[in-house]
Design a protein around this ligand. Sequence first.
Ligand SMILES: Cc1ncc(COP(=O)(O)O)c(C=O)c1O
Length: 371
Amino acid sequence: MSASEPIPMLDLKAEYALFEPQLTQSLLGVLQAGQFVLGPQATALEREIAQYCGVGHGIGVANGTDAIHLVLRALGIGPGDEVIVPSFTFIGTSEPVDYTGATPVFVDVDPRTFNIDVDAAERAITPRTRALIAVHLFGQCAELPRLKALCDRTGIALVEDCAQSIGADFAGKRCASWGVAGCFSFYPSKNLGAYGDGGMVVTQDARLAEEIRVLRNHGSRARYHHHVIGYNCRLDEMQAAVLRVKFAHIDQLNTLRREKAHGYNRRLAGSGVITPHEHGQGTHVYHQYTLRHPKRDAIRVALEAGKIGAMIYYPIPLHRQDVYAARGTPVSLPHSDAAAAEVLSLPMFPMLTDAQQDRVCEVVASAAKDC
Ligand SMILES: Cc1ncc(COP(=O)(O)O)c(C=O)c1O
């Protein structure tokens, strides 16, 4: 590989090349079958992912934001209610709370894992709290046993935002199986990515599953009979067909990500950057490989000069976003602020090569030394 060849943040073409024959066959099958919405591909994927997570029900939806929204709606959450959300996450975690008319209550994160701080979450509980959304950020589970115990004790619903964590577990129990429901995003860049938008809710609760099935399909149990005002947010057959091909290999793909992450750790040891912390109580599936350094902007500039992709997930924590900050009641969430100021995500995808990792790390180490 030449020193000037760009290294992307994510290489979806390499992944496509790996699965091309199966993808073509699977997509052709949908075209030939002529059923594009609420068909056998989506139903099969729902069964496969629910089974993989160890729960009874899967409901395909249009994206990960809708997955969270429909869970909150099905739980009956609405105006006057509060939902606890970590501040250091993508806004797709909190928007659904606002859709319902409830209020997101932002809390701080653990500075090592970037996942919700359980003690801070406990302090944020009020008589209005109805749910807590745990985000398994960058592919590592939040402290699920403690969160579940807290939610069970206080009678609030634990909802898992698994957008970045398909295949991750805590103490051998998969994410999405701890809370009342787990919500997946199949946005193309995710560990399991569609070729468009997609999402899924999985749950062990048959009643909740049924409610979500109705809500995703115009509030309809039987065609043209509408019991509630629902939505049009179904997972389509083309996306489900793509996802089924990739899902069959999800564990291998996640293992490759872990290998790349550990390869980065080895190369960056002693460089002065803080490499990702694995809490050691489950599998981290490295949706992102996110390091920390007080001068991360200088490292980013050096990577850019070397035509190497790097991203800041996330530059502004949710409590500081205009839309939320304008609501008043300022909160102090120092760990979320510090994370937003110091994180930098490096290229991460299963087909990343050794030579690419060598070059990324040379640039990172040299820039960190000069800081
Ligand atoms: C943590 C998190 N939550 C929610 C979402 C929303 O998912 P989607 O983009 O599929 O709506 C995403 C992904 O974009 C995400 O990363």
